[in-house]
Write a protein that binds this ligand. Structure first.
Ligand code: NAD
Length: 295
């Protein structure tokens, strides 16, 4: 039976390393790192995310600033707030909670964020930096996936990896990260002819589809490492994109849902915010030590 990759424990360790890093940063810079979160409207799920991000930010010893704007706010007012946050020297990270109401152009808002404060890593400049191998910010969920992956397979070089899903926030940056780790990467998506055949050839499977339990155990190559990004609410409770019950007997290692990738996303947001603060104030942050469990 597969090794269960404990994302909850990894995230707790990462958050502890971040808190230590925040103390050292504050001693050197004379201030704590600051993260600003902007929420437009009353979407209940977004509300929960924003609240837990604020709580985790404060628990890490950072300053959390929340801006809540009404659902009918004009694009100009939102862009003006982003401009203020860009100019604020105490703010190291800016996150605009998605999705935005339909009357606002999401891409335009993301593009207005200073790329060097874009701790979500959604700005096209940061997507370009990731693709070309220069330092920027990597989207939090795929960043967390790679950390979990490397906790069980430290050297990914030459491995066959399949990413299921091609969204801008998970699938595409995940594929770039695996490429950076020298995997041979295949991205499959809704138009792929034979998803199962690709999955069956992979040493590493990252599932980011949003279809409950789509990937079955008998699709997998025995011993494969499976990272399940899916968070699907069903009558049976929270399930991933992988059928855990059948996959756990075939995979070599697998993330559970919940308790796998989920807890890593906010931890990586805090990590990116600390890294941003270090870069902006010229305080050295050992990123490799932060990202490695047990470091
Ligand atoms: P998305 O809807 O933007 O993208 C889904 C992708 O799956 C698309 O690229 C599509 O082409 C592909 N797809 C759809 N049907 C397919 C099929 N039959 N076969 C192969 N590919 C198919 O979703 P997303 O934002 O990338 O999120 C994916 C999942 O991950 C969701 O369950 C979401 O809730 C979850 N998620 C979790 C976290 C986290 O853990 N913190 C963060 C983001 C997303």
């Amino acid at each position: 039976s597969a090794t269960i990759i404990d994302g909850k424990a990894f995230a707790a360790g990462l958050r502890a390393r971040i808190a230590t890093g925040v103390t050292a940063f504050a001693a050197a810079a004379g201030r704590a790192p600051g993260l600003a979160v902007v929420l437009v409207g009353e979407d209940p799920a977004s509300n929960v995310y924003v609240r837990s991000k604020g709580k985790a930010t404060r628990e890490a010893g950072m300053v959390s600033v929340e801006h809540r704007l009404p659902a009918d706010v004009g694009a100009e007012a939102l862009l003006a707030l982003v401009a203020d946050l860009n100019a604020d020297p105490t703010i190291d990270g800016i996150l605009v909670q998605l999705p935005l109401p339909k009357h606002i152009d999401e891409q335009a808002v993301i593009a207005a964020i200073d790329p060097d404060k874009d701790v979500d890593g959604f700005h096209p400049i940061n997507a370009g930096r990731l693709a070309t191998g220069s330092a920027g910010f990597v989207p939090c969920t795929p960043l967390g996936c790679v950390m979990l992956l490397k906790s069980v397979v430290p050297n990914l070089s030459g491995m066959e990896a399949v990413v299921v899903g091609r969204s801008n926030i998970v699938g595409k940056p995940m594929a770039q990260l695996l490429l950076r780790e020298s995997c041979t990467v295949t991205v499959v998506h809704s138009r792929t002819r034979d998803v199962r055949a690709h999955v069956g050839a992979a040493d590493i499977v990252v599932a980011a589809v949003g279809i409950p339990e789509m990937i079955k155990g008998d699709w997998l190559k025995p011993g494969a490492t499976v990272i399940d990004v899916g968070i699907n609410r069903t009558e049976a409770g929270l399930v991933g994109d992988v059928d855990f019950a059948s996959a756990v007997g075939v995979a070599g290692a697998i993330t559970p849902v919940p308790g796998g990738v989920g807890p890593m996303t906010i931890a990586c947001l805090l990590r990116n915010t600390l890294v941003s603060a270090g870069r902006r104030e010229g305080v050295a942050i050992d990123e490799a030590a932060l990202d490695r469990a047990g470091a």
